[in-house]
Design a protein. Structure first.
Length: 404
């Protein structure tokens, strides 16, 4: 597949992701069902940008190229259709078969995604090739270790997607089909682990500082073990607590690794602060999760009202939202555009609105004040709209330039 082809499909996934982010935050403002919110957030916003960037980055990180120019197009149709059907089933109380069709579409897209990437990296998968250029030899050790965990994230995606399909079909499930187990496999197992694996390679390149070796390995190992333990132990017990501890170590470690890189950088790019704030949100989110896990052992609540929603928002919008936005605007800097609003100042305003909105909404949840939560959601909607506008305009402009 040509470089232009890879970039084209990555851009389309990312534009759709931005649209789903706006839909998600609009839904939060008007008060759609929580399950529909999670679907728009995870399957819509998060997965589409991760899929798009994975097509672009993963093959190159193994020193190869994507082997097909057809699969991303098919995958995009399946993932978009599956997300819309899954969200619509909850939003409009549609018949059960709509949800089944949505799950089938989604899983079909995942199968295409995994087949395309695994086939593309089949030869260097267990080798030492990292695609690291000769003038970046100081990064190679971390790059090689990070590559080892990309297949593990793919395994989580496969298991979580299978469980999603088994939940609505006659297929035998590996678990009881409890939806939070599935979302943990998909969100923490696939997305977060992939963010860790790609992030410890991207951050040093954007900021020009090598990642510390030992803490990075700790992050990757803990990030690989934790999601499985949490997903299968969810509800209480030693496995749940062990998983929560592992995930806490991973999130705290990632925040520490990124902070180390950030503080040593001579010049920080727009978006780097978003990743830093997002990492802090992730630490807060897993801390709440850890208190819930420990509390389950003693049948006591160790956190104020709204802890589950706060945990979810800090991780989905705070960590994944801000970290993804931060990396996206570094990978595709809006200042390269030639349209109104294509500037670092406007980008920082967008990121600021998202970050402030997350903080205000979380405070409202802790205080159990819906008015404050709504105010925070409005801020995040403004930030999402600005991000969608700036990034979509830039990606469309990039596409037009290359087509010309």
């Amino acid at each position: 597949m040509t470089g232009a082809g890879r970039s084209r499909w990555s851009r389309r996934f990312i534009v759709l992701s931005a649209a789903f982010l706006v839909a998600w935050r609009l839904g939060a403002v008007v008060g759609i069902p929580r399950r529909a919110e999670v679907t728009l957030a995870l399957f819509g916003f998060v997965f589409h940008v991760v899929f798009g960037m994975a097509y672009l980055l993963v093959p190159s990180y193994f020193g190869t190229v994507l082997a097909t120019d057809r699969v991303p197009a098919v995958h995009l149709a399946f993932s978009f259709g599956g997300t819309v059907l899954l969200a619509g089933r909850t939003l409009f109380d549609l018949p059960r078969f709509v949800g089944v069709a949505g799950a089938v579409f989604w899983v079909a897209g995942v199968v295409a995604f995994l087949a395309a990437l695994l086939w593309s990296i089949r030869e260097p998968l267990f080798g030492d090739e990292t695609g690291t250029s000769s003038h970046r030899k100081t990064h190679k050790w971390v790059d090689r270790r990070a590559n080892r965990f990309i297949p593990i994230s793919f395994a989580y995606l496969a298991v979580g997607s299978y469980e999603l399909l088994a939940r609505v079909s006659a297929l035998p499930g590996l678990t009881d089909g409890y939806l939070p187990r599935i979302t943990h496999l998909l969100a923490a197992g696939f997305v977060v682990l992939l963010v860790f694996s790609l992030g410890v390679r991207l951050a040093p390149r954007f900021l020009g500082v090598p990642a510390p070796r030992v803490p990075t390995v700790v992050v990757l190992v803990a990030g690989a073990v934790g999601p499985g333990l949490v997903a299968f132990g969810l509800g209480g017990g030693p496995a749940f607590v062990a998983g929560a501890v592992a995930e806490s170590v991973a999130f705290v470690g990632f925040a520490a690794v990124y902070l180390s890189i950030y503080l040593r950088a001579d010049k920080r790019r727009v978006g780097s602060e978003a990743i830093l704030v997002g990492s802090m949100c992730g630490v807060a989110g897993v801390t709440i999760g850890l208190t819930m896990a420990v509390g389950s052992l003693f049948d006591v609540a160790l956190f104020p009202l709204g802890s589950i929603q706060t945990h979810r928002d800090l991780n989905l919008l705070g960590f994944l939202g801000l970290v993804i936005v931060g990396f996206a605007v570094q990978f595709f800097p809006p200042s390269a555009g030639r349209f109104r609003g294509a500037s670092e100042r406007a980008t920082r305003a967008v990121i600021g609105a998202l970050a402030v909105g997350v903080g205000v909404a979380v405070v409202g949840q802790v205080l159990n004040e819906q008015t404050i939560v709504t105010l925070g959601n409005v801020f995040t909607l403004v930030g999402a709209g600005g991000y969608g506008y700036v990034l979509s305009r830039l990606l469309v402009e990039i596409g037009s330039r290359r087509a010309g």
